[in-house]
Design a protein around this ligand. Sequence first.
Ligand code: PMP
Length: 319
Amino acid sequence: LYDRDGWLWHDGEWLTWRDARTHMLTHTLHYGMGCFEGVRAYDGPRGAHLFRVVEHTRRLLDSAHALDIPLSFDDEALIQAQRQCLVRNGLTNAYLKPTVYLGAEGLGLRAKGLSVHVMIAAWDLGDYISPEAASIGLRALTSSWARHHVNISLCRSKTNGHYVNSMLALNTAVKAGFDETIMLDPEGYVAEASAANIFLLRDGVLHTPEVTSCLQGITRDSVIHLAREVLGIEVRERRITRDELYIADEAFVTGTAAELLPLRELDGRHIGARAGAPPPDKPIAEASLTARLQRLYHRVTRGELGDDLQGFAGWLTGA
Ligand code: PMP
C-alpha cells in the first residue's frame, strides 16, 4: 500500500506516496472531525477531465464551514490542485479524495490552536463496476441502523465521523449476504443507501427523498437535471416510505463512484415485478428508465455530448 509511486497534494506541496505519513496524534484520527469529497475524473474526447469538480469543491468548503473549520485554500486553489493531481500522476480514469483534517497539536475535545490541513489523493479506478454488474444491480436489506438526524449531525456535511454509521449499516447487510443497505431516517422514512442516494419510479414519475437526512448528492442532482431536461420526466423530492420502494416500478441508487445502479430487490421483494421487470439476477430492460438514465449519465460523464447534452458541457473541467 505504501510502497508505490505517485504524488499526493498536501497543503500546497507535493509529497511522494511513500512519504505521505501523518502523526499518530492527528486529531481527526481520534474524533472524526474532518471532511472529505469523492470526485471522479474520466478519459474524454479531449483527454482527462474532472466531473462536476466545481460542485464537489463547493461541497467540501461548505462541509468545512459548517464544521467551523477554517480553510486557507479557496475553490480556485483546490480545483487547480485536483487538476494537477491528475496530471502529475498521469491519471485519466480516476477517483480523487480531497480531505480536510486537523493536526496533532493537541488532544481532547477542547484542543485549541489545531492546524488545519488539506490533502488530495488520486487513484486509477480501473473497471470499477463492469457493464454487466451495472445492469444486474443490487440486492439490498433495509437497515436496522437509522441514518443521521439533522439535530444530531450536519447531514449536508461530508464529515469523516459520519461514516461509522454508514459502515455499521453496510457491514450488517453485507454479512447477511446482501450487496447494499437502505437506511431510513430516525422517523422511519427512506433516507439513502450506505453511500449513495436513492430514486424510485412509479407511474412514470421519479421520486427521491428530500435533502434532510440524506447527503445532498451531486450525482443525485445530475440525474434530476437529466431526467427533467433531457427526458422530460417529472421528479419529486419528498418524504418516501419503505413500502413505496417495495411497490415501485423501478428503483436505483446514485453516487460518484457507483454512478447509477439499479436496486433490484429490497428485503426479499423483487422491485418492479408487477411492472414486468426481469428477475434480479438478469440484466434490466434496455427500455427501462433506469437503463436510459444510466446511458445518459455515462455519456455526460465521459464527455460524449451530442446535441441533447450540449447544455451540460459546463459539468466537465479539463485537466
Ligand atoms: N450519500 C452518502 C452518505 C455519500 O457518502 C455519497 C457519496 N459522496 C452519496 C450519498 C452520493 O453523493 P455524490 O453523488 O455526491 O457522490
